[in-house]
Design a protein around this ligand. Structure first.
Ligand SMILES: C[S@@+](CC[C@H](N)C(=O)[O-])C[C@H]1O[C@@H](n2cnc3c(N)ncnc32)[C@H](O)[C@@H]1O
Length: 231
């Protein structure tokens, strides 16, 4: 990680053409992001930002954006947007993408507000990478795989769109399987409570984020769930 401090990074982000970040309050014409209103971006990310019509994939809780960058590099004919609220973290992936990856962008928002940025059928897949597990029951609706968040994703994920979860956390893993089991609109495609025990289900799982490396160093098992939205 660069030694540049947070304020310098925040200032940089405002000048990055691949980052859209929030103002604290919505304005009458929508939420303003680096001079672009969400009402302008919603539904037109591909044409407006990426200038193509390729599929769009989101990485939620992207942190430094390791998945966004690595998948963009691997799949130049797909568009990727990393979403996180922490600007100093996003900076790392955004800086790299600005110079090397025209098919990667970043959106700095609270994911609770995500339905204001993507319209129906705009998104093909969602990766959720090592999200905070919010282990206390009364905070369970803050988990990014809670029914409340799944409802939000349904607003913009295509039918048959895929949701990937990668986590180190046993409780979040079990909880997510339960959410899927109880949601008629979700279909479980694959689950593993220890992805490195055997050959990887997909080479996309090889990508290791900052938090994944920390969890592996602590001897934790990495878990993965792939599900599909049916409607
Ligand atoms: C444990 S870190 C994982 C970061 C990265 N995916 C990794 O694996 O290194 C969780 C990230 O989720 C982000 N996050 C948690 N809740 C969020 C929310 N409601 N909206 C936006 N970002 C959120 C945090 O800012 C943090 O960067």
């Amino acid at each position: 990680m660069s030694r540049r401090n947070k304020l310098e990074k925040f200032a940089d982000l405002l000048s990055f053409s691949n980052v859209y970040e929030y103002s604290e309050k919505p304005r009458e014409d929508g939420w303003l992001y680096n001079g672009v209103s969400n009402s302008i971006l919603k539904g037109v990310w591909k044409n407006q930002h990426f200038e193509n019509n390729h599929p769009l994939i989101l990485e939620l809780a992207c942190g430094r954006g390791e998945y966004t960058c690595a998948l963009s590099e691997k799949y130049p004919k797909l568009n990727f947007i990393g979403v996180d609220v922490k600007g100093a973290r996003i900076w790392k992936g955004a800086k790299y993408a600005l110079e090397h990856l025209p098919n990667a962008a970043f959106l700095r928002i609270r994911i609770e507000h995500i339905i204001h940025f993507f319209s129906s059928n705009e998104v093909d897949e969602i990766w959720i990478t090592f999200p905070d597990p919010f282990l206390k029951d009364k905070k369970s609706n803050r988990r990014l795989t809670s029914p409340q968040f799944i409802e939000r994703y349904k607003c913009f994920l295509k039918t048959d769109g895929i949701i990937h979860l990668k986590t180190d956390d046993d409780q979040l893993y079990e909880y997510t399987l339960e959410v899927i089991e109880n949601a008629p609109e979700l279909e479980l495609i694959y689950q593993s409570n220890d992805i490195y025990k055997k050959e990887l289900y997909t080479s996309d799982l090889e990508i290791k984020t900052y938090y994944e490396k920390k969890h592996l160093a602590d001897g934790k098992k990495i878990k993965y769930i792939r599900s599909r939205i049916l409607s």
